[in-house]
Write a protein that binds this ligand. Sequence first.
Ligand code: ZN
Length: 399
Amino acid sequence: METPGSQSSLHRANLERVVRAVRLAGSLTQAEIARTTGLSAATVSNIVRELKDGGTVEVTPTSAGGRRARSVSLSGDAGMVIGIDFGHTHLRVALGNLAHKVLAEESEPLDVDASAAQGFDRAERLVGKLIEATGVDRSKVAGVGLGVPGPIDVESGTLGSTAILPGWAGTKPAEELKERLGVPVHVDNDANLGALGELVWGSGRGVKDLAYIKVASGVGAGLVISGRIYRGPGGTAGEIGHITLDESGPVCRCGNRGCLETFAAARYVLPLLQSSHGSDLTMERVVALAREGDPGCRRVIADVGRHIGSGVANLCNLLNPSRVVLGGALAEAGELVLAPIRESVGRYAIPSAARQLSVLPGALGHRAEVLGALALALSEMGDSTLLDGSLTAAAPAFT
Ligand SMILES: [Zn+2]
């Protein structure tokens, strides 16, 4: 037993701080590690040497601000994480290592009428396929991040009602998959994972306060505050789609009237164009037509942007994020939707709340959620496992 406050327990705590900082960032220079952890440059240098000798980290020469520096990342073969994303039409799985390198990724169509058990079967099979294709050692898998398109009760892990996978309500997806895969599984909704994905790999790199707005069959936001996802005690934070824009507007699925969602989500927007553009229209098609110059589609996209901008302005007044990232199919519309968003923000947000804001399209497209699931697995895994080498000792029960 180590005595708390003793020399050896302090040293251990410092080791864990450095490993955690590198694990979350992917790679950092020694100076960045010192800044992130608050440890002195000399202490960081000693700890990095020790971790390198033990095979936990890799050190490669790099340059920072024109000066030579050493970039530290977790050793590529120290462990693996898996991301699984159940989207509204696809199941996506990615396999990555602890140095934030994506080693393999695959997706297949998912039938919305499929039962939860069928969905989990397919996820399990796809995970097995990626592990086999990359030849990685199954015992090195440290954890799984899982994305579902609906609200997750933070305490019980139960999936709430979701319009996208209606048969799945009431299931406990993380528990179910943990039983099948034999490793810890961490679950979150698609908007939060999109935010994490863009934060770690995409348009949110380098910022600590970010909102990721996803417009699809609904409108949701994933909020990152001071570098962490903010979920709220019930996991409901970020329901930007139900901000009231017009009290006497259309009735929303939540029972309220004139929510942002009723002015921006596909199910409300597509009918506006169906009499002129045909009934089999999708949001992807509207975006493509708008880019080709179709005036009706351009008008609809611009209106959607203006309304989203009102919601973003409210968000700015409350949270003062430095970046808003627009995800989903709508992001493909580029300036056709981003300019009206910025215009509304300029009109409705108080100037000081929007001064440092940049509104950008997501960089990851449909991969944002599955990469966010990888980031979730990376952020939730403990460092003691890594430092003790028990990742290899306790082989998980993959079949
Ligand atoms: Zn609503």
